[in-house]
Write a protein that binds this ligand. Structure first.
Ligand code: SF4
Length: 245
């Protein structure tokens, strides 16, 4: 089956060259709102709406965080979304995969990474020996930018409180940032992909390692870079396996 997943990634030319530090048997190819007690119903509703001045996510648990996101109006993207896209997967996952922002299909269904890019991401996850439900997948932005444009700095900063809290709750062994929007947001960098992939960063002062790789949508357009993406996945696997200091 692994070969089928890798074939779905379009990396059929990758071959095993030498024993991998990550078991080659396993990876057998190279490859708070206070609500007044007497509050009226409409006051209660207003109290959970996140505005640019009020939104915060500190100390929220998973359900409360998802609720905050679902009512958020902290940036202009709330006006054009169909659904917020909070994220999905295991809340005990070792891997946190972060993309840029929801696209058209994700906005309609409220689920991250759908369509062909989502299929390729699933193939990448299965190539590392996991099922999609065993990792946690989300985006830097929880609402789709109109015309699927790149989110601007103000929007990204407004939404980061939610991503930050997701990271705090999950405490993953590795964060895989797919695409430059996610990488720049997480690492407060503006470097090009070629200088960001192939090395290990740390998310702020958490000590959580961050590996940067290409976005699946980009890999669909530039499949020759899938081999590099596989190298990035192997780096992340070594981190999760505890083989990287
Ligand atoms: Fe709120 Fe993020 Fe959506 Fe902006 S993109 S409205 S900050 S959830």
């Amino acid at each position: 089956m692994r070969n089928q997943y890798l074939q779905a990634m379009g990396i059929t030319r990758w071959v095993k060259r030498e024993p991998d530090p990550v078991s080659v048997d396993k990876f057998d190819i190279e490859k708070e709102n206070l609500i007044p007690e007497q509050a009226k119903p409409n006051e209660v509703e207003l109290s959970v709406v996140q505005t640019p001045e009020s939104h915060q996510a500190d100390n929220l648990d998973w359900p409360s965080l998802a609720e905050q996101v679902s009512t958020c109006m902290a940036c202009d993207l709330h006006a054009t979304r169909t659904n917020t896209v909070f994220g999905e997967g295991s809340e005990q996952a070792d891997w946190l995969i972060i993309g840029d922002a929801p696209g058209t299909e994700e906005d309609l269904q409220g689920v991250p990474f759908l369509g062909q890019g989502g299929q390729l991401l699933t193939a990448m996850i299965e190539a590392i020996g996991l099922k999609r439900q065993q990792v946690y997948i989300t985006n830097s932005l929880k609402c789709r930018p109109p015309e699927s444009r790149d989110p601007d700095t103000e929007e990204t900063m407004a939404c980061h409180v939610f991503l930050k809290r997701q990271i705090e709750l999950l405490q993953p062994k590795v964060i895989l940032a797919v695409g430059l929007v996610a990488a720049h947001n997480l690492l407060e960098s503006s470097g090009p992909m070629k200088t960001m992939r192939g090395q290990t960063f740390t998310y702020k002062d958490t000590g959580i390692p961050v590996v940067v790789t290409y976005h699946p949508a980009y890999l669909l357009r530039a499949p020759s870079n899938k081999a590099k993406a596989w190298q990035d996945l192997k780096l992340a696997m070594r981190i999760v396996a505890g083989e990287m200091a």
